[in-house]
Each structure stands twice: as structure tokens, then as C-alpha cells.
Design a protein around this ligand. Structure first.
Ligand SMILES: Nc1ncnc2c1ncn2[C@@H]1O[C@H](COP(=O)(O)OP(=O)(O)O)[C@@H](O)[C@H]1O
Ligand SMILES: [Mg+2]
Length: 250
């Protein structure tokens, strides 16, 4: 079957540095796939190439079999590729109700004028409530985002990506910086993502990687070092050597 997302010979150079080195990668449909690797390995650069924030030096990107290499980020989102949204600067003064409602409205073509889309207001309100419930945000819907506990802010980032109705969801370190007491709720929401959404998770937290993923790819120096099931990668002495040699920044 055509993979949800695929790269062929993907490369990104920053001057003399090859940050992404000939990466051919498949994200299968319905996948729970983690991408791990030491700090500076090129994981975020890879995500930025997938989403269109960066243009590759060489190689192709296909979403459900269609070449999206030249598409702008918004066009990729419309085709079903979403990443967690960085709310930290943008939405601090909005409430989760407002920002989720806005994201749902954007998807329906209404933008900031969501209350003007004739007949769809009820649908937007209903979907907003359902997304808030899924991501444990119902109890804080009317609070200013900037005042929320950090775990709730990270949940809102995933909720906003989810509001785009993605078929492929890219999560770049969703648990980073979340205090221990708030992690359970976040991990449970990620575990409960619907199976029809294919997920690529970048994460340093190995508890999250091992509990969530069924496949793991390891990136080192911009290239795919190895890939396999969770057991295969966890028991691979070469992977341990990479981590012991360079240390994780978890
Ligand atoms: N915009 C950029 N310009 C130059 N070098 C960059 C840029 N972005 C990332 N890099 C370099 O590319 C390498 C990979 O970085 P990054 O993708 O952030 O790694 P990771 O997310 O795995 O920690 C690093 O050596 C980093 O310094
Ligand atoms: Mg990174």
C-alpha cells in the first residue's frame, strides 16, 4: 500500500554542513513511528523539510503517493499534513475555545470571520467542544492560554494540529519541558489519537517512545542509522553505543 508519507533521497545542506543526508523514509498508514537520535542529528530539520518550512537541496517528499516537494506549508496542511503548532508566541492572549474555534473555522474556509459562515456556527462549536474534550481542555476552555499549566499548553498545540483534520501528524518533542505531574494526561491524549491518523513522533523521552511507538528510526549525523521494531532498536548495541557515546539531552 502507498505509505502515508515517504521521502526519497532527501538532502539538506546548510553551506558545508549536510543536515539531512540522503534520507529515504516511509511512514506507513496508521503508523506509530518514532524518530530518535542524539541532539543535532537533524531531526527537526527533517520535520521542517516535511512540512515545507525548509526547501530540500535534493530529493522528493510524497504524501499519500502525491509529490508535495514544491508545495508551500499551508498547501501541505490542506492535503492532510499537520505538525504541532507553536502557540507560545501566537496565542497567549486567546483562550483555548477561541484558538481551537479559529483553527476549525480556518479549515472550513472562514478564518477570523467564523461567526459569519452561514449555518456552520453550530458545527464549529460542536467540533471545538469535541476536540477540547479529546485533549483534556474542557475545564480550561475560557482561560487565557498564557496562564495555563505548561502541560495544558502542549495539549493545546496538539489540539490545534488535530483541528486541521490531519491524515499525517508530526509531533516534535511534545513532552519536552512538561513537569512529571502533568505528563500522564499528555501521554494518555497522545496514546488515544485515532488510528486513521498516521503519527511521526520525535521525542527524547524514552518512556514515551517505548509506550507509544511500534517502529523506531534512529538518525545520526543527518542520515538514517537504523530502523526497526521497538524491541529491535532497544536491543541494538550500535544504538546504545550512539547514545552512550554522545549522551542524550533528555
Ligand atoms: N538554519 C540552519 N542553518 C545552519 N545550520 C543549521 C540550521 N538548522 C539546523 N542546523 C544544523 O543542522 C544540524 C541538525 O540540527 P537539528 O535538525 O536541529 O537537529 P536535532 O533536531 O536532531 O537536534 C545541526 O548541526 C544544526 O546546527
Ligand atoms: Mg530538534
Amino acid at each position: 500500500m502507498t505509505p502515508a508519507l515517504e521521502t526519497v533521497g532527501l538532502q539538506k545542506r546548510f553551506g558545508g554542513l549536510i543536515a539531512t543526508n540522503d534520507v529515504s523514509f516511509r511512514l506507513e498508514r496508521g503508523a506509530r513511528h518514532a524518530l530518535i537520535g542524539p541532539n543535532g542529528a537533524g531531526k527537526t530539520t527533517f520535520i521542517n523539510l516535511l512540512t515545507g518550512v525548509l526547501a530540500p537541496t535534493a530529493g522528493r517528499i510524497r504524501l499519500e503517493g502525491e509529490d508535495v516537494t514544491g508545495l508551500r506549508p499551508e498547501a501541505r496542511v490542506r492535503r492532510g499534513l499537520a505538525r504541532t503548532f507553536q502557540i507560545n508566541q501566537l496565542f497567549r492572549d486567546l483562550t483555548p475555545l477561541e484558538s481551537i474555534g479559529l483553527a476549525v473555522s480556518e479549515r472550513l474556509g472562514g478564518g477570523w470571520d467564523w461567526w459569519r459562515i452561514a449555518g456552520s456556527k453550530g458545527a464549529i462549536v460542536d467540533e471545538t467542544a469535541a476536540i477540547a474534550d479529546r485533549f483534556r481542555l474542557t475545564d480550561v476552555l475560557d482561560a487565557r492560554t498564557g496562564t495555563l499549566p505548561y502541560g495544558k499548553q502542549r495539549l493545546l498545540e496538539i489540539a490545534l494540529a488535530f483541528a486541521c483534520r490531519p491524515r499525517v501528524l508530526l509531533l516534535d518533542e511534545p513532552a519536552a519541558g512538561v513537569p512529571e505531574a502533568e505528563r500522564h494526561e499528555l501521554l494518555a491524549a497522545i496514546a488515544a489519537l485515532p488510528r486513521e491518523v498516521s503519527v511521526l513522533l520525535i521525542e527524547h523521552d524514552m518512556d514515551l517512545v517505548f509506550s507509544f511507538a511500534d517502529r523506531i528510526s534512529v538518525m545520526v549525523d543527518g542520515a538514517l542509522f537504523t530502523e526497526g521494531t521497538v524491541d529491535e532498536v532497544a536491543n541494538d548495541p550500535r544504538v546504545r553505543a550512539v547514545y552512550l557515546g554522545e549522551g542524550t539531552d533528555a
